[in-house]
Design a protein around this ligand. Sequence first.
Ligand code: COD
Length: 304
Amino acid sequence: MIRTFSEIHDAILKEKPRRLAVAAAADTDVLTAVKMAVDRKLAGAVLVGDEAKIRQIAADLDFNLNASGVEVMNEPDGALAARKAVAMVSSGEAHLLMKGLVGTADLLRAVLDKEQGLRTGRLLSHVGLLQPEGYDRLFYLTDGGMNIAPNLAQKVDIINNAVDMAHLLDNPQPKVACLAAVEVVNPDMPATLDAAALTMMSQRGQFKGCIVDGPLALDNAVSVEASRHKGINSPAAGQADILMVPEIESGNVIYKAMVYFGHVKSAGVIVGARTPIVLTSRADTPESKLNSMAVAVLMAARKK
Ligand code: COD
């Protein structure tokens, strides 16, 4: 099982490099991460965006685009750059899509476009991969980036998407915690009702290749000690790999709190599309963007 970002980077060395289409690439952090990925032979790239700005930033970074075989496609408008980058992946000219300095919703609308998008018929969802210190595994936080207020059926898809991702990263039976504020079912807290239904579905064999458990508060999902203290004896208590949040706000806040207050290593991808999509926050560091590229490249290489 892959337990760290460093293991992800090691695993990629065995795979062929992939070509990224970067939507709205004129950004120092984005190009720093692309340069790192190209230098490590993790990926090649087509940079779609404001060509003059891209070339200026690349020069400032000593990033020799010609020598590295990186192409530039001029499209100064962010939403149009997103559409052009998506079209390149759709047509097979690039293997993977990466978000640059463009709004998440603009990028996702291009991805969801019925004609040229990257839909598969499945729900698309965001997974934030986190490596907090003191833990022996990566956490899959979902969905703090795409689905705003998922219903029960959408939560099933969100879980299955994260489970597929965990399988690709060599975790054959991830434990999924359906997070809520408490670990008992409270009729006034809808998140606990959905969590209880999802747990029953898991017990009845309606999920494959994972164990779903909840409701669990975050402490009881990730700390064996906290769950013992509360007397919770359930399959994912203290041992969760996948943290399924009730709605986008809690997921987004947990992710950013970990990154800003906890300096936790992180990555972000959209799963469920034709290929994984590198989707990080504009404020993510180049290291985090590189980790996201690495995760997406490895998943794309391993996906059958
Ligand atoms: N997976 C598959 N298809 C989808 C999904 C999905 N997750 N979401 C919408 N669709 C399909 C619908 O079935 C429909 O056919 C079409 O797309 C349009 O659906 P709408 O009208 O609900 O879609 P939009 O364009 O209004 O919204 C889709 C967004 C993804 C843009 C929206 O959900 C959104 O803004 N999400 C939050 C993104 C964000 O701001 N994240 C911030 C943190 S990084």
